[in-house]
Each structure stands twice: as structure tokens, then as C-alpha cells.
Design a binder for this molecule. Sequence first.
Ligand SMILES: Nc1ncnc2c1ncn2[C@@H]1O[C@H](COP(=O)(O)OP(=O)(O)O)[C@@H](O)[C@H]1O
Ligand SMILES: [Mg+2]
Length: 381
Amino acid sequence: MPIPIPQQMDLELFPTLTKSQIDAARTSAWYDTFEDITFPSTVIDLAELGEESNFLHWLEADSIFLPEGSQGRYQPEPVTSDAGPSRPRSRSSSNASSSSSTSSSSEAAPTYYLPRTNAAIRDALEKYGGSVFPKLNWTAPKDAAFILPQTASGPLHCTSPADVYLLLKSSDFISHDLEYKRAYLGCQRELDSEDVEAKRVEVELVLKKFEDISPSREIRCFVRNNILIGITQRDTVFYDHLQSEETRDLITRTVREFWEDEIRENYAGGDDYIFDLYLSPNLDSARIMDFQPYRSSVDPLLFSYEDLLSILQSSNSIDTESARLPILRYIDSKAHPGANTNAPTYQSNMMPIEMIELSQGRNMQEFKEAWDEALAQGMTE
Ligand SMILES: Nc1ncnc2c1ncn2[C@@H]1O[C@H](COP(=O)(O)OP(=O)(O)O)[C@@H](O)[C@H]1O
Ligand SMILES: [Mg+2]
């Protein structure tokens, strides 16, 4: 039955965002407000540590070498005083510039120093019982999970600064956080500004306490015009517990109440946003996992953004309809077209971009030697 759409609900598919709405979704922006109802996290402000430019220099360099002293959970011997506290330099005395990374393989490897960042990561490791889950401003390096040995705890389980660096270096996803035009996608005003080419994103490293997550209790929720429109399971596989209507009603109630009581009045990112929750084992309470701006780069999972818009429009045209929001979408059969098979989730990102670039012009043997050398170097220092 077609539902008449009133004029005032003639919304665009995506809202126009402001820069402050996008910044509100950074962990550093929302963490203090929601500290009691989210995962314990530490935000490392690299600029405050005086290592932001060295960090970026290392991250963007065309090499796979890890910063000095980053291996192992505990603080290694301090770097010798001639190393300088935080300045990247080349081991090659004939070429002290950062461009040494493009030099031939016969030259020694470049060396990177991030001692204060190493120490801050180790502090977080100690505070959180030995393991952390890393993110940059908005995004986790999920596409690089395969680079660390698989543990029973789950992907992105880091027990040393080197683990954190290796994930960041190998991830294509987190590089989006550093590109101004991608970071502020959806904020036309910002992207139209004259000096946009010269602008850069302030980098922050977020370390969350690592927890064993049950993906069956992860959900994603969509808010538009300050209305909670939809909830979808985040891990799109068939789950038995979601087949019970009673369970689905419980989840919907929990989420609606949690949003009304905890988020709606307190989130500083405006009236349009997406948030992820982690439900308690009995599904009657939740913790915040993350916030995202309401924009196309966020996977709508079992919805499409067209669906979300039409749900919102129809709910507003008939008063009684709004009572049934949010709508919960779930996989209701093993043959559901949205159901994930065993395919790796981030198949298109299986090979980190730096590795692809590094491998160009080198054969596998040379590439492996460079890799082994980087690891061996880290282990002896
Ligand atoms: N503290 C944590 N410990 C372990 N795994 C986590 C933690 N936080 C998130 N995860 C897992 O990583 C996934 C991505 O986390 P999230 O913070 O939403 O990153 P992103 O915004 O990049 O998607 C989640 O779906 C969850 O399975
Ligand atoms: Mg997120």
C-alpha cells in the first residue's frame, strides 16, 4: 500500500553533515560522556607527545620497518642517546633524509623512533591486562587482521606496540582516516573550502581494552532526524536466537530504551548518526561500541540507505506508525541473500596496500628478506 509522503519529509538520501558532526564521532569526542557505558579506552594524542609528524612520516613511508624498540610487551633497553628522542633518521650515514626509503636495497634500512608512543602503548597494555584493540580517529584496521597470528581471543589482539604498528601499517582502511577529503566525506561545506588541499586531519591513536566479543550480540543502529529508524545485526549470519519473536522484541526494547535514556540527549553529533552497540548476554542491556556519522561510507548491512529513508518517510506520514520504530532486520533463513558465507569479510582488502607497493619491482625472495630483516632487527633491539 503506497503511503503518502508529506512535503516536509522530502528528505535527501543523506543529510548534509557539518565538520563538527563528523568530529563528534571520533572516540576522543564522545568517550568522556559515555565512559561508563562503553569499553575502557585510551586516546593517545600524538601531537601532545610531540611525535605526530614522526608517526605520519613512518606510516606514510614506503617501507615496512617498525619503529625502534616496539617489539615485546615490556620496555626494552632505552635507545642510545645518539639516537635522538623522536627524530626519524636513516641508518645510512650518506643519506640522512627520509627519502632514503626509496634507495636501493643495498643501503641500510631507515630507522624510525617513536619512544613516547611506544611508552604510551605499553602503559595502555599494562592498564588493560596485556592486550588492546587499536583504532585511528574513526576506524579500526580490520582489513589487516590477517597479518597478526590468529589467537583464540579474536582478530586485532595486540600485546605489544609492534603489533599495533604492524596493523596500522598494513591497513588500507585506516589510511582513509588520514585523507582529509575522505575523513570529511558528507560535509560539503568543508570540502568546498578553498584551502581544502592543504588541510590535514589531526591524528589520534585509540587503544581499547581488548575483550572477547561475541559477534552475535553486535548490532548497528540508525538515527535520522533524531528518530531511531532501524537496527540490524552486525555479523550478518544466521543466528538461532534471532528467530524468536520474543527475543527480537527484547532487543528492540533494550535498544530503544538505551538510546532514549543514554544517547539521545547526550550525543553531540546532531540528529543524524549511526551507532554500534554490544548487547549483554541476556540482551537486556548494552554498551556503546562506536559512533559513525550518517553517511554512505558506513555499511548499512541488512538495510540500504534507500530503505532507511523510506522507513523514515512512511513512519512520519502516519502517526501510529512511529510507534513501531525502530525496525529490526535480521537474517531469517540460512538462504537469506544477505547472509554471509565463510568468505573472508574484507576480501578486497586481503593484501595491504604497502605490501603490494613494496612487492612491485622486487621478487618474492627480496621481499621476504626485507621482511625478515625488519623482524630480526626488532627482536635484537
Ligand atoms: N574492545 C574490543 N575488543 C575486541 N574486539 C573489538 C573491540 N571493539 C571492537 N571489536 C571488534 O572489532 C569490530 C570493529 O570495531 P569498531 O570499533 O566498530 O571499528 P570500526 O569503526 O572500524 O568498524 C567490532 O565489530 C568488534 O567485533
Ligand atoms: Mg565504527
